[in-house]
Design a protein around this ligand. Sequence first.
Ligand SMILES: [Zn+2]
Length: 321
Amino acid sequence: MATTTEYRLLDLHCDTVTRCLGEGWDLDHPNLHLSLSRRPQTIRLCQAAAIFMPDRFRGREAQTYFTRACQLYREECARKRESLASLQDAASIPGQLETTPAAFFLTVEGGSALGGDLAWVDKLWNLGVRMMTLTWNGANELAGGVGSGGGFTPFGRQAVARMEELGMAVDVSHLSDEGFWQLCDFATAPFCASHSNARALCGHRRNLTDEMIREIIRRKGVVGINYCRSFLTPEGREANIDAVVRHIHHFLDLGGQNAVALGSDFDGADLPDDLQGIQDLEHLIEALEKSGLSDEIIRNILFENAWNYLIGLKKTGEGIS
Ligand SMILES: [Zn+2]
């Protein structure tokens, strides 16, 4: 009897929900990178589903945009509940993937969703948000992004402190270099870069320097490898699955065997021809095997590293249930 190897995959970032909201599509739409209808039978997927906050919204307008997007996310998950679970507790991910082949948990890409109101950190948490990318490319109420430069505001420091108390993952993808190193001075919990690669291999500002990668590893954080062409190779030239594998090996060479994970950027980026969506993930796994990695390391990259990071975030604040 033929056996089929199954993999669990925990992907730290996609923009699929935002794409669906913008286009009026549902989660099976064939034009999506992450179309649930094209999920390979061998892969059970837990996906961090981001609500992307455009830089044109700030303050009350950003709160209103987030609230609307969050409502649509919940409605779509409810419609798909037979094949897709919506999770709020990382500890439940493995058990849930035994029951449904896919599960989402909610994240926010851009701290502008807070609208500058500290009470909104708790509000987002209560709505199920378990990770927040502090900035997009522009500066917001919290800090400067890679496009604007600039460090943290006092509000940004307070927001991070409350996220840490709640056990919400602090995500530095898109954050300015200055912001990254300031965060290292005041962070008290491990943080992550949900969708960033190695600047040593591709000098894009959205990628991390080796010094940053070592710092994340030292703090027991994680980094999700991004499939975006221009973060894989200079100007995205000849970006392919092998380039994804090269970035993964670079993280491993820096000691990141427990820190490197996946952060596809599905439905938010221009992708390599041979990695056009969820249907091609088996080819990525084959390429990792061919590159000489053991089954255990591959499973760590696909799932365990991200999962261990998420379940390790401890609630330390007052009045948190
Ligand atoms: Zn992004």
